[in-house]
Ligand binder design. Structure first.
Ligand SMILES: C[S@@+](CC[C@H](N)C(=O)[O-])C[C@H]1O[C@@H](n2cnc3c(N)ncnc32)[C@H](O)[C@@H]1O
Length: 311
């Protein structure tokens, strides 16, 4: 099976249904409100006057939250429907957010380096994720903060596994493989792939966050949300770009070519092979956990991904 290209993935995201976006809370879906946002905001810290790049900003909810906290925000989003939604929100209520429609791997000149770059649930959706990570780090000023979140690579099937077995089970970890999402593809990669690339780019790890759901919230949410009380659905990584006098080398200027060695192959020859192996082993197709929103709380048109319409 031929691996995905960035353009193919972006075309899928470009068809994101408007009605799903319209139905979202201003601060994102259940998972973002309960798990991701508190950790992201804490890790970003006082952002007043800071230049922040929201890399892969989607419909822009986080850009708006950061701007409301005094940041000078640039949001980069390649997919048409999401970019259009974000820009229409800015037109309707200007917050000084600049939106740029671009693939992170083909960034235009965005001006002065950023104090912080945040990539919220983005790298796992990009076929050339290492190129995108390189571009995020390259956009930072020396010492700048890079914060990214992904579905925790160790617990991607969390909600359905918990509902079915009352515990978490995983059948394949080491291979990169695609996981079908309702609005765009995303990809399992081992945790080491992300962290080793970060190290290769010369970043200094500041914190790994694995947010847990408040048991009281889980009790009212139902539908297997208690899984998130016990196991982390998300991993949030905060790292700093090295200072000029700091040791390892910084990111390369060329953002996304295939010319540099990667600690992990971007795509195995057949990215669905692992899923087929897993299906053969368990007798069913591997499923995407998403965020585990109970079915009754899923937005219209949602096809079982979990609380987050964007995951
Ligand atoms: C799960 S959504 C997250 C959006 C947003 N960060 C949020 O938290 O709501 C993934 C986003 O990554 C974007 N994306 C996919 N490929 C990309 C690429 N090559 N460069 C930048 N963004 C990309 C998608 O268009 C989509 O908006």
């Amino acid at each position: 099976m031929r691996p995905w290209t960035n353009d193919e993935a972006i075309k899928r995201w470009a068809q994101f249904p408007r009605e799903v976006l319209d139905a979202m809370e201003p601060d994102g879906d259940f998972a973002r409100r309960q798990l991701l946002n508190p950790a992201l905001l804490r890790l970003l810290g006082d952002m007043h006057g800071q230049r922040i790049l929201d890399a892969g900003c989607g419909h822009g909810y986080l850009s708006r939250m950061l701007a409301a906290r005094g940041a000078q925000v640039t949001g980069v989003e390649p997919a048409q429907a999401l970019y259009d939604y974000a820009t229409s929100k800015e037109t309707g209520e200007p917050r000084g957010i600049r939106y740029v429609q671009a693939d992170l791997c083909q960034l235009p000149d965005l001006g002065a380096p950023f104090d912080a770059v945040v990539a919220n649930m983005v790298l796992l959706d990009i076929p050339d994720w290492a190129g995108a990570m390189n571009a995020c780090v390259a956009a930072l000023a020396p010492g700048g903060l890079f914060v990214f979140s992904i579905i925790h690579p160790c617990f991607e099937q969390l909600a359905p596994s918990w509902r079915e077995h009352g515990e978490y089970r995983i059948g394949e970890y080491f291979t990169e493989y695609e996981i079908h999402g309702p609005y765009g593809p995303n990809f399992h990669r081992p945790l080491s792939a992300y962290l080793n690339e970060l190290a290769r780019l010369g970043c200094q790890l500041r914190e790994l966050a694995e947010p847990a759901l408040d048991p009281a919230v889980a009790a009212t949410a139902g539908g297997g949300a208690d899984a998130y009380v016990h196991l982390p659905n998300f991993l949030i990584v905060a790292a700093r770009r090295a200072l000029p006098n700091g040791e390892p080398s910084g990111p390369s200027a060329a953002a996304c070519d295939g010319g540099r060695p990667s600690p992990w192959p971007a795509h195995p020859a057949d990215p669905r092979a692992a899923r087929r192996r897993l299906a053969g082993r368990s007798g069913r197709r591997p499923r995407r956990a998403g965020c585990g929103l109970p079915p009754g709380r899923r937005p219209a048109g949602h096809r079982g991904r979990g609380p987050g319409a964007l995951r």
